[in-house]
Design a protein around this ligand. Structure first.
Ligand code: 5RP
Length: 228
């Protein structure tokens, strides 16, 4: 459960990110509690006359956007997104991210890849010197779960199949998630490439080079970090 302070920091970051939104933009809408603050703020702006369209990264964000009367569109209809605003589970000094705590990493990465600009919004607890205290989510095809578990165990990544209660967690694409311990991994690009080369692995929660701007909420105000 998020503390009141971290929730306030998330809200501050979300409101700051909305300053980058201008009339006519096609926006990627992230997922998670920080992104939901942003979607609420966007709903207010839309009710005041801002004209934008959103492409949601999860069913949950789509539902929230519909409730707030934010017009939605699809990547097929709009092509490139002007701006995507999303949260993160961890970020390091190079603005590399771990995402997917909420299970939406696949659609989030598709939006990030197809966006002209990506702004990440977080509370201050997400800043780390080295990625990996948060387990790395990896989306996999259910059919391949057993061989993938074996392969990742052999790589000492300690995969854990994500559960909701007694049942296996399912993503919006009806896939499974494995959460991996990557603390001992020094080369994250090589790790990402290796994971993606395993048949049945659909996507990883490593977002190594998509972030343009990161806005971190603090007790009072926000800090904005731009990719060098
Ligand atoms: C969902 C995500 C979220 O951005 C991440 O889990 C952060 O969530 P929150 O804003 O609730 O802390 O990657 O797949």
């Amino acid at each position: 459960m998020a503390s009141i302070h971290s929730d306030n920091e998330k809200k501050l970051a979300a409101l700051e990110a909305l300053k980058y939104v201008t009339n006519g933009m096609i926006l990627g809408l992230g997922s998670g509690s920080t992104a939901e603050h942003m979607i609420h703020g966007l709903g207010v702006k839309v009710s005041e006359g801002l004209q934008v369209k959103g492409v949601p990264s999860s069913e949950r964000s789509a539902e929230l956007a519909r409730e707030l009367d934010i017009p939605l569109t699809t990547l097929e209809d709009c092509g490139k997104l002007d701006l995507t605003i999303d949260g993160a589970d961890e970020f390091d000094p190079e603005l590399r991210l771990i995402k997917g705590g909420g299970g939406a990493l696949l659609r989030e990465k598709i939006l990030a890849h197809n966006s002209k600009m990506n702004i990440i919004i977080t509370d201050s607890s997400k800043a780390v010197e080295r990625l990996g205290a948060f387990k790395l989510p990896v989306e996999i095809i259910p059919l391949a779960v057993w061989p993938i578990l074996e392969e990742l165990n052999a790589m000492e990544l300690q995969p854990v199949l994500r559960k909701t209660g007694q049942t296996n967690y399912r993503t919006d694409e009806n896939n499974f998630i494995l959460d991996l311990n990557i603390l001992k991994q020094d080369d994250l690009t090589a790790l990402n490439d290796t994971l993606l080369s395993i048949p049945g692995v659909v996507e990883t929660g490593l977002f190594l080079d998509t972030t343009n701007i990161l806005i971190m909420g603090k007790r009072e105000g926000t800090t904005t970090i731009r990719r060098a």
